[in-house]
Design a protein around this ligand. Sequence first.
Ligand SMILES: C[S@@+](CC[C@H](N)C(=O)[O-])C[C@H]1O[C@@H](n2cnc3c(N)ncnc32)[C@H](O)[C@@H]1O
Length: 205
Amino acid sequence: MIPGLPDDIDQIKGFLAEDEAQALYQHALQLSTLGPVLEIGSYCGKSTIYLGLACRTNNSTVFALDHHRGSEEHQLGEFFHDPALYDAGEGVMDTFREFRSNIRRTGLDEVVVPVVAGSEAAAKHWQTPLAMVFIDGGHSMEAALTDYRCWTTHLMRGGVLAIHDLFEDAHEGGQAPYAIYRMARASGLFEDLGQVNSLGLLRRL
Ligand SMILES: C[S@@+](CC[C@H](N)C(=O)[O-])C[C@H]1O[C@@H](n2cnc3c(N)ncnc32)[C@H](O)[C@@H]1O
């Protein structure tokens, strides 16, 4: 049982399986003693809550990076589109309101620092070493490569890179996360910590 986890965590909109959430929490619990955690792709804050509760234990921080305009699959007419998260006036997705509400009612306002921007723009002047990077942003090849190139350089030695939505079989899901996972493994820069469901874990050597 994770202290502070909302009873209705299953009701929070998101794309994270229970075993993956537990793995994120356990790694963040260890690593946040070394430095802050950054996630790319917060959506409504489900993964952020698990990372945030771990960081709160160690008085650390989660940088929750998301432009909150949704990925390709969330857009109007796409398979994972949620009309409740669509701003019809502006004609755009807007998950930030829901995200803030979920973070506030979990009591994580002082732990979670939202970075409301695109991944590349946010990385441009980034200098803070990170103890853990969780990649769960855009799933196009371009987006995944950008996330990998922009953020793994900031991972401290001993830090952990977690990549979500790894599917070996293209029929099960998009291949971009798996491509950057293979790239990381082939780089010689990481120790392979294995997979939990579709979550890959690698430790920076
Ligand atoms: C699959 S969802 C994240 C799910 C979340 N981790 C959870 O636990 O439910 C992907 C998120 O990545 C964001 N995103 C996609 N491309 C992005 C980019 N280039 N920069 C910042 N955020 C991006 C989308 O807005 C979306 O909210």
